[in-house]
Design a protein around this ligand. Structure first.
Ligand SMILES: Cc1cc2nc3c(=O)[nH]c(=O)nc-3n(C[C@H](O)[C@H](O)[C@H](O)COP(=O)(O)OP(=O)(O)OC[C@H]3O[C@@H](n4cnc5c(N)ncnc54)[C@H](O)[C@@H]3O)c2cc1C
Length: 385
C-alpha cells in the first residue's frame, strides 16, 4: 500500500522487497522441508539494518521508526512469513525494551549486539501452564544475596534453542501476581539451562521454537532489567511493540495470498474463460483486496501513532486482532480459489494456510485483543502510549 509514504520510505520498502526476493526466496522450499532456521539470512538482515528501526544511532540503530520497520517486515513476511519473527526477537523485543528500561551500562553493553546480530535474541514469558495469564507464571528467581537462583520452565519460545541473550520474565515474589514479576536480560550460556527444539508445529517451519528448562541457574544481579518486581509493566510495554511487528507480518502474508490468487484467477480458465471473470471469484478477490487494504491501514496508523508517541495500545490491538481475521480469511480463500492445485504442494497455498494461524494466538490471542479494544472503547481502561 503506497498511501502517504515518503520517497525514502518507498526506497526502503523496495530495498526490503529486493532483499526478500533475492536472498530469502531461493531457500523457502528447502528451509520449510527441513524446518531450518538459516543463520545466513539472519546475518544479512542484520547487515541491512533491519534490527535497528527503533533504536537510536548511538546504540547502532538507524532510528528510522516503526512505520519503516513495518514496511520491511511486510516485504520479508510476504516472501517467507517465518522471517517476520526475527524483527521482534531483536529490535522491538530486547533492544527497544532495554533502550526504554535499561541502565546506561546495559544499553551500551547489549543493544548494539542485538542490532548487529552478534546476539540472537528472544523474549520469554509463556510457560506450559500459563500463556494469556502472564501474571500467573511460576518460573522463579530467588534472591540469594549476590545472585538470583532460577528454577522452572518456559514454553513455545521463539529462537529458544538458537538465542544467545534475551528478555526473560520470571517471578521474584511468588505470591504477588503481576507485582511479583521481574525481567532479566538472560544469558543463555549460563550453566543449568536445557533447551529443546519444538519441531512438530503447524506452521512457521523456518522459525525456531523452543522449550527452556532452568535448574538452579545462578543469575547475576546486574542482569535485572528495570526494577525488581516491576517486570509486568515492562512486559506489557514490550508486547505493545512486538504486537505491531506481528500484525505487520500478517500484512505481508495477506499480500502474498492476494497476489497468488490474482495471478491464478487470471491464468486459470474453466468453461472457456479465465476464472477471474466469474462473479463469485471476483467477490473473493474483492474481499481479500479490501481486507488487505484495511489491515495495512490499521497497522500503518498504529505505527504512526507509536512514531509520534501518541496513545496506541488500542490501535495496536485493533491492528493485531484484525490481522488475524483478515489473513486467515485470505489464506482460506487463496486455497479455495486454487482448487486442487492449491491443495498440492506445487503451490504455496498450504504454507500460507499453515502460517496464517499463528496470528490468532501469538503476541496475545484474538480474545485478549478483543478485551483490550472493548475495555478501552467502553472507557473501562485508558488508551496509553
Ligand atoms: C510458534 C509460536 C511461537 C511463540 N513464541 C513465543 C515467544 O517468543 N515468547 C513467549 O513468551 N511466548 C511465545 N509463544 C506463546 C504464545 O504467545 C502463547 O501461546 C499465547 O500467548 C497463548 O497462550 P496459551 O497457548 O497458553 O493459550 P491460553 O492462554 O491457555 O488460551 C487458550 C484459549 O483460551 C482463551 N482464553 C484464555 N483466557 C481467556 C479469558 N480470560 N477470556 C476469554 N478467553 C480466554 C484464549 O484466547 C485461547 O483461545 C509462541 C507460541 C507459538 C505457537
Amino acid at each position: 500500500m503506497d498511501f502517504a509514504l515518503t520517497e525514502e520510505q518507498r526506497m526502503l520498502r523496495d530495498m526490503a522487497k529486493n532483499f526478500a526476493e533475492t536472498e530469502i526466496a531461493p531457500y523457502v522450499e528447502e528451509d520449510e522441508e527441513h524446518h531450518h532456521w538459516r543463520k545466513e539470512i539472519f546475518d544479512k538482515m542484520a547487515e541491512l539494518g533491519f534490527f535497528g528501526f527503533s533504536i537510536n544511532e548511538e546504540f547502532g540503530g538507524n532510528g528510522m521508526g516503526f512505520l519503516e520497520g513495518v514496511l520491511a517486515i511486510e516485504e520479508v513476511s510476504k516472501v517467507h512469513t517465518s522471517w517476520r519473527m526475527a524483527f521482534n526477537m531483536q529490535d522491538w523485543g530486547p533492544a527497544l525494551t532495554i533502550q526504554k528500561f535499561g541502565t546506561a551500562e546495559q544499553k551500551k553493553k547489549y543493544i548494539p549486539k542485538f542490532v548487529s546480530g552478534e546476539y540472537v535474541g528472544s523474549f520469554a514469558m509463556t510457560e506450559p501452564d500459563f500463556g494469556s495469564d502472564v501474571a500467573g507464571m511460576k518460573c522463579r528467581a530467588e534472591d540469594r544475596g549476590d545472585h538470583y537462583q532460577l528454577n522452572g520452565s518456559k514454553m513455545f519460545i521463539t529462537n529458544g534453542t538458537v538465542c544467545d541473550q534475551g528478555l526473560l520474565y520470571v517471578k521474584t515474589d511468588k505470591d504477588a501476581g503481576a507485582k511479583g514479576i521481574t525481567c532479566f536480560i538472560m544469558d543463555y550460556s549460563l550453566p543449568g539451562i536445557t533447551r529443546k527444539r519444538m519441531l512438530d508445529k503447524v506452521g512457521l517451519w523456518a522459525s525456531d521454537t523452543g522449550e527452556l528448562a532452568f535448574e538452579d541457574v545462578k543469575v547475576p544481579k546486574e542482569l535485572v532489567l528495570g526494577e525488581v518486581n516491576k517486570g509486568f509493566a515492562i512486559c506489557m510495554t514490550q508486547l505493545n511493540a512486538t504486537r505491531l511487528g506481528c500484525a505487520a507480518g500478517a500484512v505481508g502474508l495477506s499480500a502474498a495470498c492476494l497476489e497468488a490468487s490474482i495471478q491464478y484467477a487470471t491464468e486459470r480458465s474453466q468453461f472457456g474463460k479465465p476464472i477471474g471473470k466469474y462473479q463469485m471469484i471476483q467477490q473473493q478477490i474483492a474481499e481479500m483486496k479490501m481486507e488487505h487494504e484495511a489491515l495495512a491501514a490499521l497497522v500503518y496508523k498504529a505505527a504512526w501513532l507509536k512514531d509520534h508517541n501518541l496513545p496506541n495500545v488500542m490501535e495496536t490491538s485493533m491492528a493485531k486482532l484484525f490481522s488475524a481475521k483478515a489473513v486467515v480469511h485470505a489464506a482460506n480463500e487463496c486455497m479455495k480459489l486454487h482448487g486442487s492445485y492449491g491443495y498440492s504442494n506445487e503451490y504455496p497455498c498450504g504454507r500460507f494456510l499453515r502460517d496464517c494461524k499463528q496470528f490468532e494466538t501469538l503476541e496475545g490471542t484474538s480474545n485478549m485483543h478483543t478485551m483490550i479494544v472493548a475495555n478501552t472503547a467502553l472507557g473501562y481502561s485508558q488508551n496509553r502510549v
